[in-house]
Design a protein around this ligand. Sequence first.
Ligand code: IPE
Ligand code: IPE
Ligand code: MG
Length: 257
Amino acid sequence: MEEDVKERIDLTRVPNHIAIIMDGNGRWAKEKGHDRLYGHYHGVESVRNILEGCADLNIRYLTLYAFSTENWERPKDEVEGLMELLVDTIRKEVETLNKNNIKLHVIGDIDTLPAFAKNELEEALAETSQNNKFNLILALSYSSRWELVNAVKNIALDVKQGNLQPEDISQDTLQGYLSTSEFPDPELMIRTSGEYRISNFLLYQLAYAELYFTSTRWPDFRKEHLYEAIIDFQNRRRRFGKTDEQLHNQLQESSMH
Ligand code: IPE
Ligand code: IPE
Ligand code: MG
């Protein structure tokens, strides 16, 4: 089944960067008569599977929305459980990341994480810092509005200190102040669990991403679902504001060169 779907993917046109809002763990667990944390635990298996699926297709960047700024408002038990799960998972997975040449990155306000989580994370970042084939970017204590406010503050500081002239501020400047400055923008954004919203995720970076929504809950999401999303992506016409005729001509020109 998985292989059948994979064969339908055009390997020359896979997205370079996929971003995923991993949603639906709580409902998945409740539907099975368990507590929400049970869903989060099972979500880890999906992370492993999808990471492997991305590596198989040579997708260089995978960004996973793991914990939002707003998620701090959840019940204390759930937040604590999630932090422990994070630490546990990272500790167990560093070896696999290194074996597969995957560099771990974090975007988000990691100073708000409990010390034990922050320390573990920093260790994992250091231990995988030499890897250079794939990039796994965890959005942790992340929200786009936090990121943009932070960027504006730092731009203002640089202007104040005379390092930057307001008239020189361009899209590239702003890009350079975002926590994602080292990464290309995602071409495909997937959200699981049947919600049709962005929930404060990469608002600026998703400007021209193709959005894919599926009702599958995150703990059920596997490679074959990822492949379906990629096939859907490959059937979209990405116009970037241009007309179909222009795209057609561009394609002809590039095939002549
Ligand atoms: C996503 O699943 C994981 C996190 C936000 C940490 P949820 O916990 O949001 O699960 P639902 O959406 O309530 O089912
Ligand atoms: C978005 O999911 C955040 C993560 C997946 C980490 P939420 O479950 O927090 O989003 P809302 O509340 O449904 O918008
Ligand atoms: Mg949710």
